[in-house]
Ligand binder design. Structure first.
Ligand code: DAT
Ligand code: MG
Length: 172
């Protein structure tokens, strides 16, 4: 494959509340992207701050966290679905299918344009996250997944001793 890329995709709590999960997974598979890792995650403050390190000092971060963690939808929806996708130009492809950050500015044929909204607190409920470069994809995938949770060897790993047994972790 000429430009094999991996990208982290997060289906945010509004995606789950609106039952859009199947629809979005279909769109991504039609783009000939393959899932190499997936799980359901309850987002802690620590994980959100790592993931959105470039935004954690912003005045809107608390509201962003309440949305991203699903807190605003109640306990039943405090979760996200996280995927690692693999494919030719996967990063740009998913970003184009996702659309612009602001759902009101996003092309209506994109996921965010079709299904996103800005809520009464001014928070962009924009349904999906996807990595914006190979560098951020690598950082994000390592934040969300352990090596053994991904079915292909995508980044270098190392073995460490943990409580007397060996575990595989990301090399850096
Ligand atoms: P994207 O999700 O398109 O990669 P981003 O990484 O700049 O955009 O921002 C991450 C999320 O944070 C985004 O989905 C919505 C929120 N956000 C970004 N900039 C914002 C702003 N100026 N005001 C409110 N929310 C913002
Ligand atoms: Mg981003």
């Amino acid at each position: 494959m000429a430009n094999r890329e991996y990208t982290l995709v997060i289906l945010k709590p509004d995606c789950i509340v609106k039952s859009l999960t199947g629809n979005i997974i279909s769109r991504l598979s039609e783009a000939r992207l393959r899932i190499v890792g997936s799980k359901v995650v309850r987002v802690s403050r620590e994980l959100a701050e790592k993931h959105y390190a470039h935004l954690k000092e912003k005045p809107f971060f608390n509201d962003l966290f309440d949305y991203f963690s699903g807190k605003i939808y109640g306990e039943d929806y405090e979760r996200v679905l996280v995927f690692v996708y693999e494919g030719e130009d996967a990063i740009g492809r998913v970003r184009r299918i996702a659309g612009a950050t602001n759902p009101f500015e996003a092309d209506p044929t994109t996921i965010r344009g079709a299904y996103g909204r800005i809520n009464q607190k001014g928070v962009m409920e924009n349904v999906i996250h996807s990595s914006d470069s190979p560098e951020s994809a690598e950082k994000e995938i390592k934040n969300w997944f352990k090596p053994d949770e991904i079915v292909e060897d995508i980044y270098p790993t190392k073995k460490v001793k943990l409580d007397g047994s060996e575990a595989r972790v990301w090399a850096e």
